[in-house]
Design a protein around this ligand. Sequence first.
Ligand code: ADP
Ligand code: AMP
Length: 221
Amino acid sequence: MRIVLVGPPGAGKGTQATLLAKTLSIPHVSTGDLFRANISQGTELGLAAKSIMDSGKLVPDEVTIAMAKDRLEQSDADGGFLLDGFPRNVPQALALDEILEQRGIELDGVLDLEVPEDEVVRRIAGRRICRNEGNHVFHVEYNPPAEEGVCDVCGGELYQRSDDTEESVRVRLEVYHTQTEPIIEYYRKQGLVTTIPALGKVDEVTARAIEALRRNRDSDS
Ligand code: ADP
Ligand code: AMP
C-alpha cells in the first residue's frame, strides 16, 4: 500500500504512522524525522534545514523533494510506504506524482487526521521524542513513559523538539492552513482522501485508520 498521512502538526501522524507501518509491513517515511536525523548527524543538509525548521517554516521544495525521492527509491519502499509530512504543499504533491509516475505506480489513499486546534496545541506542548529514534514519541500527560525522560522502547533520552515552541507552533499552523490544506483538496478531486477523527486514545485512532484503509482498498478492488 502507498499511503500519504496528512493532518495539522501535532495531530498524531508520527504516532499513527509507526503503528500502521508495523501492521501493514511497510516503511514509515517521515521527512521531519529525516531532517532531524541530518541535524543530529551534523550534515550539510541538516545545517541548512535547522533554522528554517525552528522558525516553523517549510524547508525549500528542491531540497525536500530530492531527499524524499532518495528515500522512496530505497528497496524497502518497493512494496509500499506510509508518507508522513510529505507532501506538504501543492508543488511537492505534483513532484510526488512525477516520482510515482516514472515508476509506473500510484498512491492508494490519503488519510487525513482531523483534530481541533486547541487539542493539537496541547499535544505539541507535551510532546517528547527519543534522541535515538525520532518515531519513539511520548506525551508527558497523554502517553507518558514509565520513567520520566527515558524512552520505553530503547532507553534513549527523551527531549522536547526545538520547534515545539509557542511561536513556531503558531507559524506551523498557519503554514498548514495556507500551504498544506490545499493538497487535501488536490487529492480529494482524485477520490483519494478519507478523513477520520483523530481524537480519543491512540489505539482507537489506529483502529479507525485501519478500518478506513480497509474500506478504501475494498472499494478499489
Ligand atoms: P505529528 O506527527 O502529527 O506532529 P505526533 O505523532 O508527534 O504528531 O503526536 C503529537 C503528540 O501528541 C505526541 O506527544 C503524542 O504522544 C501525542 N498523541 C498522539 N496521538 C494522541 C492521542 N490519540 N491522544 C493524545 N495524545 C496523542
Ligand atoms: P514534522 O516533523 O513533520 O513536524 O516537521 C518538522 C519541520 O520539518 C517542519 O516544520 C518543516 O520545517 C520541516 N519539514 C518536514 N517535512 C517537510 C516538507 N515536506 N517540506 C518542507 N519542510 C518540511
